[in-house]
Each structure stands twice: as C-alpha cells, then as structure tokens.
Design a protein around this ligand. Sequence first.
Ligand code: PLP
Ligand code: COI
Length: 344
Amino acid sequence: MHVIMVNLDWNNLPFGYIKTDHNVRSYFRNGEWSKLEITDSEHINVHIAATALHYGQESFEGLKAYRGRDGKVRLFRWDENAKRMISSAKGVIMEPVPMELFREAVFTAVRLNEKFVPPHGSGASLYIRPLLFGSGAEVGVKPAAEYTFLVFVSPVGPYFKGGVKPVNMMICRDVDRAAPLGTGNIKVGGNYAASLRAIVKARDGGYGNVLFLDAREKKYIDECGPANFFGIKNNTYVTPLSSSILPSITNKSLIAIADKMGIKTERRPIPVEELEEFEETGACGTAAVISPIAKIVDPDTGKIYEYCKDGKPGPVSMKLFNKLIGIQYGDEPDEFGWMTVVEV
Ligand code: PLP
Ligand code: COI
C-alpha cells in the first residue's frame, strides 16, 4: 500500500497539538443531531453565554489510531470511548452523543487526516480528541438546550517524556481533583482544571506528574494526573478501586492481558503505605500508555518509594506494555477483538 504522508519528525513528536487538514462537527438543536459537517477551520463560533464557558458543561475523550506494519490504520476500542462519553454526558446533564454518530465522526476524522497517522515503528500515533459541550445560551445554572460535538486529531508522541523511561511522581495532599460523589469518574474538563495547581507544583518540583490520594481520608491511592495507577507485587497486578477516578480503558485492557498471561489481578483500595511493598509501579492511559514510575516522593512525610533502581522499567510492566502496543500496532494477534481497521 502506498501512503502519501506529511513530512514530520515522526520519531520525536511531542504530545501536543499539530494542525491537521480537517475536523468534523455535529450540532444538537431542536431535539436532533445535525448531519456531520467537515471543516478545515481550527476555530468555533461560540455564544458568549454558552453553558460550557460559564458552568463547565462539557466532556472530552481521548483515543488513538495506529499504523500497522501492513500500512493499515487501526483504532483501539473506540466503542469504549463512545460509551464513556455517554456516561460523561449523563453526569453533567448533556445530550449524549449516539454511538453511531461518535463512530462516524471518529472514523471520518481519521480517514480525512490519514496522512497524519505516524508510520509504523516511530512509536507515535494519531491522537483523537472528541469534544462535547453545552453551546446553548443560559445565564441561570441549568443544562443547555443546544450541544456541539466535534472531533479533531493530532499526531502525537509519548505523553511522559522519554516514553517508557521511568518517571518520578509527587504525592499531593493539598489539592483534590475530584470529590467522592463528584465528577472524578467521568471525563469532564472541571476535573482537569481542579488538577492544575497540583500538576504545576509537581512539574515545578521536577516531577513527571502528581499522584492524587482519595479526597475523603487521604489514605488511599487515587490516580496519577491524567492516568490510572497500578502496582505489581508477587506476580499480581493491583489497581485502585475508587469512585473518584476515571475508569481507564487502558487499565481495563491491561487487566485482561495480565489475566491471560497468568498474572493475578486485583482492583481494590490501595493504602499509601502499600507503596512500600510494590516491586513495580506505573501510570497507564491512552496518552501515557504505560509509564513506569521510578520514584514516588511524599513531601509531607518525607518518604521516598523507589522502583526501577537500575533506571529500567520492571519486567512485568514491560511484558504488559509490549503486549498492549503489539496488539495496538497490529504486530500481535488481536485476540480480544479490540482493533477496528479504518478503511481509507
Ligand atoms: N485518568 C484520567 C484522569 C485520564 O484523563 C485518563 C485519560 O483518559 C485516564 C485515567 C486513562 O484512561 P484511558 O486509559 O481510557 O485513556
Ligand atoms: C488520555 O489519555 O487520553 C487523556 O485524556 C490524557 C489527557 C488529559 C492528556
């Protein structure tokens, strides 16, 4: 297959915005979603009283398209992102995007920007960003009557610098990203706004990101900035059970992979002190893939938890990482039925 590609430094792409050719949009007005609109504009015309701007009535998703050795472009578990966006919409009383519209928008955005899907072997991928927001005007606090759904894409490299190079994390007790009965389990912008103080503090301190604890008691691990947390001990993959973390599709997939590999899995509250017992720890998510953690620093207690003392990721994390990206890039059989080829 001959693919005409744009000229980018594929092996050194940042995790950031790169302009592509097209994005797609649909509008919910008068009780129905409009036909998909294709545009080359990077801008939207938003009402000054849109509920998204004033009251944060919005949600977004993140998924990736991967180019295989065979030149084909594959999407990873797009239906899980579609379902999560429905759950996010319901969580902040927005009009949910029907699965079929989500599918059409995502596949169209990838197809129209096929030349931006990084080559196989570069370690990069095409990040897909669906966005849903209240675009109807209100001044009182209430759900909008109109919604905008759009999908743009951007070629990206790894989220954490260095890819699978282990990163350092800082435990944070003075900021909560989400409350136990709040919106932490859905993907809405407010959670990310709430996390910024902690993220900036961690970055300023030279850390890769922040490790949030449960908001109620500060006793248990919640998640790692924009990724879920996992720890490995005694051939067991352990990941937090919490009502204030995002149900990560990557984490759920790693659990399935671990299970199949004969690694035990546990989803349960993880007390902070258990960090001492893990042989490996990591952050996982679409953007993060698996980012092994070298060191977790607790500035309040002065404790430092160290992993990967030789500077290398642990063996179980690497096994899981290789299997996951093997499936995503089409190098391994799609034994779970997670991949969909985008016909271009
Ligand atoms: N946790 C948060 C707060 C996130 O923003 C993300 C990214 O989407 C994740 C976890 C990982 O979720 P997923 O694996 O579905 O990308
Ligand atoms: C993702 O992994 O898709 C995310 O949403 C992380 C992000 C907020 C950059």
